[in-house]
Design a protein around this ligand. Structure first.
Ligand code: PMP
Ligand code: GLN
Length: 401
């Protein structure tokens, strides 16, 4: 861990990224994966699959390297991937972004989010409204962009926002409403009413909607609906997704943004000075993936739903209460029935007490709101069935002990 120099300290403090001793804290995901490796625990902490994705996609990447796709690509992305993203949006959602002007390929959703926020924030008075708990990079990027974070709580057990709390958070200072659906870390999928309310509020206050849909094919409760499909939202929405989850290739970091040409150009302007372009041979491979038949995509949601059910039974049998997820990789459990007071302590002990790693929900909230989530833990179901069964066996020791 290194200590934070000069001007960066304020940004890091603003985003809650400093440890008590003033050094930069590693992300909770890195910390928990390290703990799993040290203890030999089953890692249900960091959300990454333990099996490869479709063989055709892997082969397409090998072939692209062999065929010489190894130099910089055009700034927006390789044409075959831009068209494949447009076709995917049309096939699943009836959206038809123009590949030449309304899409840009990024280094994962992470870069897409960073470039989007950096592009859209104009002044230190701008506010970004997010649902809390939120994916950790949101607070960091809002701080880097020099804006203010406004949070709308999602509460146990269903993690659906209160429409009034949402309406109270969105004001004329709101520059961006950032919506992650299906939601990490809670596993919630938002209702049509909430999507409509986001669109209405954005229109009323002239805000931009930014969506993070990286779990778009892992909505096992109801079919996924992008906010951009609402006609009133489309002209003010930037839709972000990535290949990591859909193709079980979280290390490839190929993402994208689409939306109105002027907003996408603003994102491109920033992104070209972050990475310039992401990995060239992986782009045609993801284009091949996005063109796989419907059955492949339908199978993703079915598989993840089945895995979430196995994880859920294991957690219940261990004496935890769970919030039934409707999408994403994740299930949130309450460790209070086992006597836990602080999920952070519980998660640091769990590898030794049960041989399993989870992530405390407090890692996804602003420090002043920690109490609301104090005993909640996120577990990832994106693992092989035998691994989930082994985790369940290990967790059973908690209720026996
Ligand atoms: N958003 C959410 C909600 C995530 O869970 C993740 C983690 N994969 C990301 C963004 C980052 O995606 P990528 O790996 O494509 O950068
Ligand atoms: N998206 C993954 C998760 O929520 C982690 C990504 C990361 O390690 N930054 O677990």
């Amino acid at each position: 861990m290194s200590s934070v120099p000069g001007a960066w300290r304020r940004t890091a403090e603003g985003a809650g990224l400093l440890s008590a001793d003033g050094s930069i804290a590693p992300t909770i995901f890195a910390e928990m994966t390290e703990l799993a490796a040290e203890t030999g625990a089953v890692n249900l902490g960091q959300g990454f699959p333990d099996e490869d994705g479709p063989a055709d996609v892997l082969e397409a990447a090998r072939k692209a390297i062999a065929d010489g796709a190894n130099q910089y690509t055009p700034g927006r992305g390789v044409p075959s991937l831009l068209s494949a993203i447009a076709e995917h949006q049309e096939r699943f959602y009836g959206l038809a972004p123009d590949p030449a002007t309304e899409i840009v390929v990024t280094a994962g959703a992470t870069e897409a989010l960073a470039a989007t926020l950096l592009a859209l924030i104009d002044s230190p008075d701008d506010e970004v409204v997010v649902f809390e708990p939120y994916y950790d990079s949101y607070a960091a990027c809002v701080a880097l962009a020099g804006a203010r974070l406004r949070t709308v709580p999602l509460e146990w057990p269903d993690f659906q926002p209160d429409p009034q709390a949402l309406a109270d958070a969105v004001t004329d200072r709101t520059r961006v409403i950032l919506v992650n659906d299906p939601h990490n870390p809670t596993g919630a999928v938002f209702s049509p009413e909430i999507r409509a309310e986001v669109a209405r509020l954005a229109d009323e206050h002239d805000a931009i909607i930014v969506t993070d849909e990286v779990y778009e094919h892992m909505s096992f409760g109801a079919p996924h609906v992008p906010i951009a499909t609402l006609p009133e939202a489309a002209p003010r929405t930037l839709t972000i997704s990535s290949a990591g989850k859909t193709f079980s290739a979280t290390g490839w970091k190929i993402g994208w943004v689409h939306g109105p040409a002027d907003l996408v150009t603003a994102v491109l302007t920033v992104k070209q000075f972050l990475t310039y372009v992401p990995a060239s041979p992986l782009q045609p491979a993801i284009a091949a993936g996005l063109r796989l038949p419907d059955a492949f995509f339908a199978g993703l949601a079915t598989d993840m739903g089945a895995k979430a059910a196995i994880l859920g039974s294991g957690l219940r049998a261990a004496g935890l209460e769970i919030s039934e997820p409707a999408g994403s990789y994740f299930t949130v459990a309450d460790a209070a029935p086992l006597g836990a007071r602080d999920a952070s302590d519980f998660c640091r002990e769990l590898p030794r007490s049960a041989g399993v790693v989870g992530v405390p929900l407090t890692a996804f909230v602003t420090p002043e709101n920690r109490d609301r989530y104090a005993t909640l833990v996120r577990f990832a179901a994106c693992k092989r069935v035998d691994v989930l069964e082994e985790a369940s066996r290990r967790l059973a020791a908690l209720s026996a002990g």
